[in-house]
Design a protein around this ligand. Structure first.
Ligand code: 5GP
Ligand code: ZN
Length: 118
């Protein structure tokens, strides 16, 4: 069982923000912003690339509720999901980073030349 499946089943402790039947949100162990929460489906899905529209619709609402719960909805926030090797995905269980609590930077996602690929 993967790390986030264990967190979803509470076999590994986490600091839970919000939970329903299908989803759970908890604080990231290594926060990159004043608020850094991970929102995941309890059922294992490898990544965003495997997510269907029903799941995406439901988790979108859940993430909005998470933002409301931690009071970053009005000030603004960022939702990120990393996919695969180049996306920098370390945990192979779909998760959305919900970041906020300060003005977030938007200037340094990659050391690679942005003109390089196409
Ligand atoms: P990724 O790099 O896969 O997009 O993000 C994985 C995230 O999971 C990282 O931000 C990392 O800090 C977080 N993380 C890894 N292990 C644990 C853990 O055991 N508990 C919690 N709460 N977060 C974790
Ligand atoms: Zn899993």
């Amino acid at each position: 069982m993967c790390l986030f499946c264990k967190i979803a089943k509470k076999e590994i402790a986490s600091n839970i923000i919000l939970e329903d039947e299908e989803f759970i949100a908890f604080h990231d162990i290594n926060p990159k912003a004043p608020v850094h929460i991970l929102a995941i489906p309890k059922q294992h899905v490898d990544s965003f690339d495997e997510a269907d529209s029903l799941l995406m619709g439901k988790i979108s609402k859940f993430i909005q509720n998470v933002a409301s719960e931690v009071k970053i909805q009005k000030s603004g926030y960022r939702v990120i999901t990393n996919i695969g090797e180049n996306g920098g995905q370390e945990v192979k269980h779909l998760h959305f980073h919900v970041l906020g609590g300060a003005k977030l930077k938007w200037d340094h996602f990659s050391d690679a030349d942005p003109q390089g690929h196409f």
